[in-house]
Design a protein around this ligand. Structure first.
Ligand code: PRP
Ligand code: MN
Ligand code: MG
Length: 182
């Protein structure tokens, strides 16, 4: 197996850039939910990195729960077909829910998730996403906390995969063409 670095073309967002922005997002979330209940809902598997890094920067005693949904399959395009692979443990009745996601691409996953979670009787449901592709969004979606708006290119790292790989990169980058071609 070759080193993961050999498969990369460029670094779009460095670890430092991600960390700086996460600190700002956490401060804003602390302020907005001060003295209130807060349940963070991480969307597996992509949100693992941002959930861990955002949650540990909060001063708020937030709870963490996880849901696994999938829309991409193993390719690079969103299908719009969302499947629940693992549901939440928590009852959302009366809760302030903050969905934590790695990326809003077409927005189809989050749009579906929002209506699903809203039907469970929460007090509020908001979204925090580390990345958003404004040119790719197909639905009207109100994302309360956005890390970075990025160009409409296929990116990996910091939770984002290509065929389940590259999630473990500590930064966001683009893949070298040979990775797709092989
Ligand atoms: C990816 C990503 C988001 C979603 C965004 O998840 O992590 O959850 O797609 O795409 P959309 O805005 O076009 O719906 P994926 O379904 O690949 O599952 P994963 O998190 O396990 O990689
Ligand atoms: Mn995902
Ligand atoms: Mg994926």
């Amino acid at each position: 197996l070759s080193d993961i670095g050999n498969d990369l073309e460029s670094v779009l967002l460095s670890e430092q850039q991600l960390n700086d922005r996460l600190a700002e997002m956490a401060a804003q979330i602390d302020e907005d939910y001060k003295g209130q209940d807060l349940l963070l809902v991480g969307v597996l598997k992509g949100a693992v990195m941002v959930m861990a890094d955002l949650a540990r920067r909060l001063h708020h005693p937030a709870e963490m729960d996880w849901m696994a949904v999938s829309s991409y399959g193993s390719g690079t395009k969103s299908s719009g077909v969302v499947r629940i692979l693992k549901d939440l443990d928590a009852d959302l009745t009366g809760r302030n829910v903050l969905i934590v996601e790695d990326i809003v691409d077409s927005g189809l996953t989050l749009s579906w998730l929002l209506s699903n979670l809203r039907s469970r009787g929460p007090k509020s449901v908001e979204i925090a996403a580390m990345l958003r592709k404004p040119e790719a969004v197909k639905v009207d979606l109100d994302v309360r906390y956005v890390g970075f708006d990025i160009p409409n290119q296929f990116v990996v790292g910091y939770g984002l995969d290509y065929a389940e790989k590259y999630r473990n990169l500590p930064f966001v980058g683009t893949l070298a063409p040979h990775v797709y071609e092989s």
